[in-house]
Design a protein around this ligand. Structure first.
Ligand SMILES: NC(=O)c1ccc[n+]([C@@H]2O[C@H](COP(=O)([O-])OP(=O)(O)OC[C@H]3O[C@@H](n4cnc5c(N)ncnc54)[C@H](OP(=O)(O)O)[C@@H]3O)[C@@H](O)[C@H]2O)c1
Length: 270
């Protein structure tokens, strides 16, 4: 199996590379401004906003499968257009495509979201992730779209945000509920999907729903940090337009995948 991991210098992309190369796959990975740290990866520089460059690289690599992870929180051309360029290029060589999406395309509500629910984005990032899905599905209806949540693990920026809030350098919201997932579980799930024929959106997130503030408390407990300094507020009070309560119902993924998607309480247990 030859897999092309677009965004191999990223947190999830790097883990996908490590696990794919550990499984004996031939792995080509792309970076843009960062570095690829996973061993055994053939590194290629790529800017996904350059449609011609994406097509040329994919045509040259001729992968059996493409895992597409790139995004920039505040850059539509990377998150939406870039995803479309990758999908077009993958389709041109007949490669299996697993595109990584986000829970950020939902507005938030008290009940969990099923896999196939139509996006209801409330900010530019969520809209870009929703647009990316629409483009990917239009180009390749057979692609798998992995809707995931806060990604945890060694080097996670979500854990760093909690550490910053515990040190008084950032603030965590008590009204933003998410289903954090471990980067190794997510990478394993992505690679399982590479080897499957699953088409369309699939919720792939952890078993526990917690607020960002609760996540901060779990991080404090796990790393023996003082929780007294944790700064919290509500997104409403902070005037932040972001999805509120977004719980992903992962029943379908649990039935489909061998990978167990551990909940954050298990992940951060001491
Ligand atoms: N992190 C989370 O908590 C979270 C939650 C929900 C969904 N997701 C989704 O999961 C995916 C991976 O997230 P992550 O945290 O692993 O991201 P990340 O660590 O920030 O990595 C982003 C990747 O995108 C690449 N990239 C950025 N601009 C690019 C461009 N113009 N051309 C090509 N590549 C470019 C980066 O390359 P360089 O670093 O080399 O520039 C990097 O490899 C994303 O699609 C994100 O929307 C993440």
């Amino acid at each position: 199996m030859r897999v092309l991991v677009v965004g191999a210098s990223g947190f999830l992309g790097g883990e996908v590379c490590r696990r794919a190369s550990g499984a004996g796959w031939s792995v080509v990975g792309t970076y843009h401004s960062g570095d690829i740290t996973a061993p055994g990866v053939t590194a290629r520089r790529l800017d996904v906003t350059d449609r011609a460059a994406v097509r040329a690289l994919v045509a040259q690599v001729r992968p059996d499968a493409v895992v597409s992870t790139p995004y920039r929180y505040d850059d539509w051309t990377v998150t939406a257009d870039g995803a479309a360029h990758v999908a077009v290029a993958a389709a041109e060589v007949g490669a299996r495509l697993v595109h990584v999406s986000s829970d950020a395309l939902h507005a938030g509500r008290p009940s969990p979201y099923a896999d196939d629910e139509t996006p209801t984005p409330v900010n530019a990032y969520g809209a870009a992730k929703a647009a990316a899905e629409t483009a990917v599905r239009a180009v390749d209806p057979g692609a798998a779209l992995v809707r995931t949540s806060l990604i945890l693990g060694e080097g996670s920026k979500q854990i760093q945000l909690c550490r910053d809030a515990l040190a008084g350098r950032a603030t965590l919201f008590t009204d933003m509920i998410r289903c954090p997932v471990d980067v190794t579980d997510l990478a394993d799930a992505v690679l399982e999907l590479v080897g499957s024929a699953y088409a369309g959106p699939l919720n792939v997130a952890g078993a526990d729903a917690v607020s960002r503030a609760e996540l901060g408390l779990l991080v404090a407990e796990r790393f023996g940090l003082d929780a007294a300094g944790l700064k919290t507020t509500t997104s409403t009070a902070a005037g932040v337009a972001g999805p509120s309560d977004v719980r992903l119902d992962c029943t379908r993924a649990a039935g489909l995948l061998r990978t167990r998607l551990r909940g954050v309480r298990e992940l951060l247990a001491r």
